[in-house]
Design a protein around this ligand. Sequence first.
Ligand SMILES: Nc1ncnc2c1ncn2[C@@H]1O[C@H](COP(=O)(O)OP(=O)(O)OP(=O)(O)O)[C@@H](O)[C@H]1O
Ligand SMILES: [Mg+2]
Length: 423
Amino acid sequence: MESVQAIKQRFGIIGNDPKLNRAIEKAIQVAPTDISILVTGESGVGKESIPKIIHQLSHRKHGKYIAVNCGAIPEGTIDSELFGHEKGAFTGATQTRSGYFEVADGGTIFLDEVGELPLTTQVRLLRVLENGEFIKVGSSKVQKTDVRIVAATNVNMFEAIKKERFREDLYYRLSTIEINLPALRERKEDIHLLFRKFASDFALKYKMPTIKLTDEAVQLLLRYRWNGNIRQLRNVAEQISVLEHNRTISANTLQTYLPTGAGQNLPAIIKESKSESDFSNEREILYKVLFDMKSDLNDLKKLTMELMKSGNASEVQKDNESLIQKIYGNDDVSDFEETVDDLSVLAIPEHKEELIDETVTNSDDKYHFAEEIEEEETLSLQDKELELIKKSLERHNGKRKLAAAELGISERTLYRKIKQYDL
Ligand SMILES: Nc1ncnc2c1ncn2[C@@H]1O[C@H](COP(=O)(O)OP(=O)(O)OP(=O)(O)O)[C@@H](O)[C@H]1O
Ligand SMILES: [Mg+2]
């Protein structure tokens, strides 16, 4: 059996944290079996390497490995993507098509963001897991497949079950064994190690000397909350590597790259002030409202375009029923960003995309209508931004540095905005 160390090297995994080692060890242990695995952990912790390790160390390694991002596929097409469809199963199904479960027979399927699967798809998935059976969309013939499933999620599955967004039976079937990856803030020892690795990678990539942190900057790096985990750390290392002329990075410089939004470790000066933290909450709420408005507008825009181009409003209505439900029935702000992403895809059923394009290019009126909405949306976003910046500057008696830190943007960006809005 390959050692944890060897696997880390082979898959480019950096770190020596015991929890990370345990996760890799578990992956090695379960690889030769066909047990379904659920990989859990916050966004950006490195979940994607686990199914790769499992596949490569299994007897399926010569079979196919297919990674499916369940959150990125529109609800209307996901069954057909996963299980295939018969010719004529729906408008636009001109050919019989094999789904991933047929193609990956003898291999592994990685279901990323599995918590996003629609409930109807969950039923089909449960059946495959239970007896390897599935039915193509529009068919009545039961087919067999031999696929190993590794799933991943960064959402709390118990919450999802409680809210009846995820089937409990499927959850237990998927998570026979759970492999949890620790958040970066729980792996303090690895933070600087990872940063140095990324700094040296980016120095090579951009042909510049490697950046180096001062001792205080290292301390700040360790104190920070890293809500975006390794992905965020990597981005910060990249930005600094590209933008800073002085290759020795002080804590002050590093600070300008670390957003201080809600939940992050704010520098002491901001943390101590009650009124400022109130403002930070206010800002967070405003952001949520803004995102909310933007997403609703996008969806309404798309719906309207569809209604305009389709003579058959009732058909469109049916197609968008779940979408509308999602927009107006969703009162949970915590998973809001995900909703924004997948709504933008959901709004246009795949077989309608070309129709929408036609509308946009053929009818000037309709095109202008869409532009107007876009413009209004941009204007109201600008108003809110302007308001936030003004408030923050007032609060800090015009001190840009403090205002920028509070707004979670760099001083440079704030300076640009001040000029832009002529403040
Ligand atoms: N231990 C590690 N060593 C080096 N790079 C890592 C490590 N873990 C993760 N990364 C890098 O961090 C980034 C994020 O990892 P990954 O895409 O696997 O996150 P994730 O857990 O799937 O997040 P999400 O839930 O948002 O999809 C990737 O670029 C990955 O290469
Ligand atoms: Mg991922």
